[in-house]
Design a protein around this ligand. Structure first.
Ligand code: SF4
Length: 215
């Protein structure tokens, strides 16, 4: 299969359980909950996205004809030493991430993580599954390592209590970042923090990469 990749870059994971860990982010193009076009946003299932996942024109992006070629491009971004870690994100990575690609990463010594909206079942063999439910999109992937809920969302279906019985090791609330509206963002941080204080199953996940100026 040919993989469409928006960008590949080395950074520090800014969110959730692996905050602060070096990782190669490999962003697939395309999502099943929004076209990525502003004109479609109001009609989209997921309306708060702040990610450009259209096309293959980002740094390191492109069309990769084989799993081996894509894994080589990811491996080329890793510095020497440590445990190589790739995070497959998007867009929605499970539209494209498959067993041959996971195998190709493992063959190069990588741990393989995924950040998915949970609407597609994850293939076997992943080392870290992070599910971030969106709006009222049906949740198919109901187990994994961490559930990271952007908070608050408008839909009643995204009440955190709804997810507490699912099979995850960690539960994170991540305040909704409203681009260009720091006051609104601050109120989301405060409400997410208050929720975590009242419901200790949940931990606060802040987007630390933004605080330190990393992508
Ligand atoms: S599911 Fe994720 S990538 Fe897709 S539109 Fe929503 S936030 Fe963006």
């Amino acid at each position: 299969m040919t993989y469409a990749v928006k960008e590949i870059y080395l950074t520090l994971q800014g969110e959730g359980n692996h905050t602060g860990r070096a990782a190669v982010f490999m962003r697939f193009a395309g999502c099943n909950l929004w076209s990525g076009l502003e004109r479609d946003r109001e009609e989209a299932v997921c309306q708060f996205c702040d990610t450009d996942f259209i096309g293959v024109d980002g740094p390191g992006g492109g069309k990769f004809k084989t799993a081996e070629a894509l894994a080589d491009a990811v491996a080329a971004k890793w510095p020497k030493g440590g445990r190589p870690y790739v995070i497959c994100t998007g867009g929605e990575p499970l539209l494209q991430l498959d067993a041959p690609l996971i195998d190709a990463f493992h063959a190069r010594g990588f741990e393989v993580g995924v950040e998915t909206n949970g609407t597609i079942a994850a293939p076997a063999g992943l080392d870290w599954i992070c599910v971030s439910p969106k709006a009222d999109a049906p949740l198919v992937q109901t187990s994994g390592n961490e559930l990271k809920l952007v908070y608050p969302q408008k839909q009643a279906e995204t009440d955190p209590a709804r997810f507490e019985q699912l099979s995850f090791e960690h539960f994170y609330l991540q305040p909704l970042d409203v681009i260009g509206d720091p006051e609104q963002t601050a109120s989301h941080v405060a409400s997410a923090a208050a929720y975590c204080l009242a419901h200790p199953l949940w931990r606060l996940s802040t987007q630390t990469h933004k605080l330190i100026g990393l992508p």
